[in-house]
Design a protein around this ligand. Structure first.
Ligand SMILES: Nc1ncnc2c1ncn2[C@@H]1O[C@H](COP(=O)(O)OP(=O)(O)OP(=O)(O)O)[C@@H](O)[C@H]1O
Ligand SMILES: [Zn+2]
Length: 724
């Protein structure tokens, strides 16, 4: 009897395709094959090999297997099957997401040749120009490496191939043979020495010997969670097993990877969006081969083909970047925990500001709560103060007391950090004669003024136009920026403190590759300076000489309709506050607000995060929101709002939802028009995950059958973090 295989293709189709297996071929799930599809030949992934052959249909035959082994090992394959059902996303796309781009395209699962480099002996080669800082840094880095470094790892450490080439041209480095990968032979013997508080936490962390166990490590800012992770892995990770360490953003915090490398050498693999295709393939293959790597990576590292995972760590587990915002909308954190369960190994979720979801799990006893409430180097936490700015004169958004505090900090030889929640010069351009406000022609939003290149930009659709100096409506010249952006704060600070450098950190100032490293180096030199920037500055940085943090305006999140806004506001304020006073000197935080009586801000100054989180959880429970109920959103977007709403209204009317399912809407999204697409949504809430999931699959089937036009799109977001 002819054998049949079920194949997944990398297509947004909620179905699989049956093919005949040639006589001489043995296949197993997770293998790559080439199959005919229409007039093309495509790469497919085997999902099932004992599918009953359909009656009366002549199936086409699989052409060949691309390799005799499954590129997706069993456990990764299970993970993706589960995720496809949980997130209601087509299996084909989920499976292909877990392959590096080269393998998706059908290229062979082999590495391209890698070159390795080592420093030339002292005294050889030409001197480096005094201004070639990056070349010097690269040379120093190579000298620190225990073995020759590959081009891939050199690039992963933040250097460029042209810096490498310059050093080679000057004969300061020379090619080397690839170091034999003897497991972890090169791993340095170092283990960090823990503080007493860290040791107490370390003893409670679940070890691989305990099997599956999830811990929530609540470690205040500056408590040294990274040291704790390193110590834990050094002590408990078997030498022949793999570990996954998820981090929100590698490029922003190169020090974290550097610290891991210091203790694990070449056992560290890195995975993030800045790797090129060849680098991705190389790391992916090392993981698939089962090399005992400690893989430090961003969200999609949760999909890597680990074969002997023994520990999972998710740092800054509350971070929004773990949730994929389009397509396969998975949470890297949640998949990482699911993997730990499949592998019967521990998962450690760490944060100074845990997500309410994880904290709720800890309170329910599903996660082990471990508290680390002392800073590693400075036992006094930063002190927080509210500065009411109602009817106070402001200079470029800064109040007099804030300016005085910055001055004192600089005069003491310390650094100040000014947090502004928007990039650009000002979020609004307004005519003070006729009231005209410049809006995005494609979105329901205002355009941000960027003074550096005199442009008006939409931060939602990237629309861009030249800035004008008079009102396009009444021609008045009284056309002015309103509100604060990072560029404006930078200007004001540079004018007020002409003797000190002002360093701006936001998406615009860090676009060039390697620029963040340069900025961090400047700050870490410790000289007095003012750092001004967005959320980027709040994430995991360790600036020892920052003793003052000023938050220009804390009010953005106070009155939002998004039920997650208070949680997010608390997290941002505490994370940015946590950058102050991390070394020996105490830290101070000034939070400017027009609502110093707001309960949330008051609590922030008086209580620890978990006390506030208890309060926020109580509010979520009263409102019937996650984590007390499960949530999903069905979104539609079309050329008109009517089309979007009609689609959602019809499916809502046609579906037979159980009474325990709460359905809200359809309603236009908070920003109803984005890039000329009109967006509406239906929100679902249920006490039971299975009830929600069944309703969603029913919806998917209906929507598939309805085949809305390509101009009318829909998508499902399970456990959404953006609910507007
Ligand atoms: N045991 C230790 N001995 C000496 N210094 C330590 C120790 N543990 C941590 N540190 C130092 O304390 C500082 C804070 O550590 P780290 O950045 O890991 O904190 P964190 O918990 O990740 O903070 P955040 O959540 O704010 O990012 C770092 O400079 C680190 O080198
Ligand atoms: Zn726009």
């Amino acid at each position: 009897m002819p054998r049949t295989a079920r194949i997944a293709l990398n297509r947004p189709l909620r179905r699989l395709f049956d093919y005949r297996i040639p006589e001489d071929l043995t296949l197993e799930p997770g293998q790559r094959v080439r199959v005919p599809f229409g007039h093309q030949t495509l790469t497919g992934l085997v999902v099932d090999t004992d599918t009953p052959p359909p009656d009366g249909i002549e199936l086409r035959s699989i052409e060949r297997a691309l390799e005799p082994w499954p590129v997706l090992p069993t456990e990764t394959f299970h993970l993706l099957n589960w995720a496809s059902r949980y997130y209601q996303h087509p299996l084909g796309e989920c499976l292909f997401m877990a392959l590096p781009p080269a393998l998706r395209r059908g290229q062979p699962a082999k590495e391209k040749h890698e070159s390795y480099w080592q420093p030339a002996p002292d005294g050889e080669g030409q001197a480096l120009p005094a201004n070639a800082h990056r070349q010097q840094a690269l040379l120093a880095w190579l000298q620190e490496q225990p073995a020759p470094a590959s081009t891939t790892s050199i690039r992963a450490a933040g250097f460029t191939t042209s810096q490498l080439k310059s050093l080679a041209d000057k004969q300061r480095i020379r090619p080397a043979a690839a170091p034999a990968f003897a497991g972890i032979a090169d791993e340095p013997e170092l283990t960090p020495t823990l503080t007493p508080a860290q040791s107490a936490a370390a003893e409670q962390l679940p070890t691989p010997a305990e099997g599956f166990n999830t811990a929530l490590l609540y470690g205040v800012t500056g408590s040294g969670k990274t040291e704790l992770y390193i110590h834990h892995l050094k002590t408990h990770l078997p030498k022949d097993r793999q570990a996954l360490v998820l981090v929100p953003e590698i490029n922003l915090t190169p020090q974290t990877v550097a610290r891991f490398r210091q203790y694990f050498g070449d056992r560290i693999g890195v995975w993030h969006s800045a790797l090129n295709d060849a680098e991705r393939l190389a790391v992916w293959l090392r993981v698939r081969r089962g090399e005992p790597l400690i893989l430090v990576g961003t969200r999609s590292a949760a999909l890597l083909p680990f074969t002997s995972l023994a520990t999972v760590i998710v740092d800054e587990e509350h971070d929004g970047s773990y949730k994929q915002g389009d397509g396969f909308r998975y949470s890297g954190r949640d998949l990482a925990v699911y993997r730990a369960r499949l592998n019967r190994c521990p998962a450690i979720l760490g944060s100074a500001t845990p997500s309410l979801e994880s904290y709720h799990n800890a309170k329910q006893g599903r996660y082990r709560l471990i508290r680390l409430e002392q800073r590693a180097q400075n036992t006094t936490p930063p002190s927080l103060h509210l500065l009411d700015i109602r009817s106070r004169p402001l200079e470029g958004g800064l109040s007099r007391p804030a300016i005085q505090a910055i001055r004192r900090t600089l005069e003491n030889g310390e650094q100040a950090l000014v947090f502004v929640n928007r990039r650009g010069y000002a979020p609004v351009m307004m005519c003070f004669d006729c009231g005209y406000v410049e809006e995005c022609p494609r979105c329901d939003t205002r355009l941000t003024y960027h003074r550096q290149d005199r442009a008006m930009r939409c931060h939602h659709c990237n629309y861009q136009a030249a800035a004008r100096d008079h009102c396009p409506s009444c021609q008045s010249e009284n056309f002015k920026p309103v509100g604060q952006g990072t560029e404006r704060a930078e200007d004001t600070l540079a004018e007020t403190f002409p003797d000190y450098p002002v360093v701006r950190v936001d998406r615009d100032s860090t676009q060039r590759k390697g620029s963040i490293q340069g900025i961090l180096q400047r700050v870490n030199s410790g000289h007095p300076c003012i750092l001004v920037g967005t959320q980027m500055l709040a994430k995991g940085h360790d600036f020892p000489n920052v003793t003052l943090v000023v938050v220009i305006n804390a009010d953005g999140g106070l009155f939002s309709t998004d039920f997650r806004a208070p949680e997010r506001l608390m997290q941002t304020l505490l994370q940015v506050s946590g950058r102050a006073g991390r070394a020996q000197k105490p830290g101070r935080v000034l939070i400017q607000t027009c609502h110093s009586d707001a309960a949330l801000l008051q609590q922030l100054c008086q209580h620890d995060y978990l006390t506030i989180a208890d309060q926020l959880l109580a509010e979520r429970q009263t409102g019937g929101f996650p984590p007390f109920r499960h949530m999903a959103i069905l979104r539609a977007e079309a050329d008109t709002m009517e089309q979007s709403l009609t689609l959602l209204n019809t499916v809502k009317a046609d579906a037979s939802f159980p009474s325990e399912l709460t359905v809200w809407g359809p309603l236009p999204a908070l920003i109803a028009r984005k890039a000329d697409r009109h967006r509406a949504q239906l929100v679902f809430l249920s006490d039971r995950r299975s009830c929600l999931n069944q309703a969603l699959s029913q919806l998917c089937t209906m929507l598939e059958l309805r085949k809305p036009s390509t101009r009318l799109r829909w998508s499902i977001d399970v456990d959404p973090i953006e609910t507007g």
